[in-house]
Design a protein around this ligand. Structure first.
Ligand SMILES: Cc1ncc(COP(=O)(O)O)c(C=O)c1O
Length: 346
């Protein structure tokens, strides 16, 4: 049986032997009683990495965003988020449903940025009050675009001037920092809160940390409880995340190199529309023209290559630590073979 090359997401990675060993050895306690030393170590290390005062371990990136919005906003408040953001498209509007708040959208451009002038026009001082502006980095649906610190700062400045806070959905913030060749703290310095995931490119099985001021995290602690996100001997999970922080950050550059090579090759293939220069990080997006997207995915799956996408013809391939450079070579050959054999869409 040929090896399956799973490019659907960077969430499909399995914990490595070193990570499993760290989980096995983890010192644990009841985290709801604030007695798990490994969770506490992870929260402190995460806060330090982001240059914030404190952190809160949560089960998922979605919960990091929902807790952040519930903590930033009162009922009746407004949040602003990019039109292509994960918060708007993929979180079931949890913060809206649970928090009695409203999320308004601001257009993301092709490079994933939002325009500070447009943000300024939407900010409202009262009734409804815009409590928080959300940025995403990397910007998943915009090709995994890495948003430079200067663009984040420009939006943060107008938000802060109007009395609003800034939250960064940094599910893949280390990918952004590595792509931009900048320190992650510098990248998020203008943000009040940052959530980031261990379960994506960093290769841990579960978990995200929300970081911010000590006062904010204390209030967030109650919202995590409200959502049922408080855990008990979660040091077993935190140990995996700590191991990832130590061993799997720098190697994200390998995923980016694989993604660039995949993008450059796919861009030359028939029926593909894409600008390979738009591949900033580990995600490769392209649009199929003149062939059926579902048929393409099925044929590629039969060849042992899995992909995902945001629409039938909009294909996404994610490079990650369980995909080697040789896997990418094999995937390129198979994608080319499938595309050459595809019948024209009727
Ligand atoms: C940008 C972004 N934010 C948040 C999330 C949510 O993370 P989780 O799947 O851990 O809830 C994802 C998941 O892919 C994401 O891509």
């Amino acid at each position: 049986m040929n090896r399956v090359i799973d490019l659907r997401s960077d969430t499909v990675t399995r914990p490595s032997p070193g990570m499993r060993d760290a989980m096995h050895r983890a010192e644990v306690g009841d985290d709801l009683m604030r007695e798990d030393p490994t969770v506490r170590a992870l929260e402190e290390a995460s806060a330090e990495a982001m240059g914030k005062e404190d952190g809160l371990f949560v089960p998922s990136g979605t919960m990091a965003n929902v807790v952040a919005l519930l903590t930033h906003c009162q009922r009746g408040d407004e949040a602003l988020a990019g039109s292509e953001s994960h918060i708007l498209h993929h979180e079931g509007m949890g913060a809206v449903v649970l928090g009695g708040l409203f999320v308004r959208s601001v257009q993301n451009d092709a490079l994933g940025r939002i325009d500070p002038v447009e943000v300024q026009a939407r900010l409202r001082p009262a009734w409804p009050r815009t409590a928080v502006v959300c940025l995403e980095n990397t910007q998943n649906r915009c090709g995994g675009a890495a948003i430079p610190a200067s663009d984040m700062r420009a939006v943060a400045d107008v938000a802060h001037a109007a009395g609003a806070q800034v939250h960064v959905d940094g599910a893949r913030i280390f990918n952004a920092a590595i792509s931009l060749e900048t320190d992650v703290r510098t990248l998020v310095v203008s943000a009040d809160t940052v959530g980031f995931c261990f379960s994506k490119g960093l290769g841990a099985p579960v978990g995200s940390v929300l970081t911010g001021s000590r006062e904010f995290i204390e209030r967030a602690w109650f919202n995590r409880r409200l959502l049922g996100g408080s855990m008990r001997q979660s040091g077993v999970l935190a140990a995996a995340a700590l191991w990832a922080l130590e061993h799997n950050v720098e190697r994200l550059a390998e995923d980016h190199a694989n993604a660039r090579r995949l993008a450059a090759a796919v861009a030359e293939m028939p029926h593909v529309e894409m600008d390979p220069a738009g591949t900033d990080s580990n995600l490769v997006f392209f649009t199929l023209n003149g062939v059926d997207g579902n048929d393409f995915r099925a044929r590629l799956r039969d060849e042992g290559v899995l992909c995902s996408g945001t629409a039938p013809e909009r294909i996404r391939m994610a490079c990650h630590l369980d995909v080697t450079a040789q896997d990418i070579d094999a995937a390129i050959d198979k994608i080319a073979r499938v595309l050459e054999a595809m019948p024209a869409a009727s």
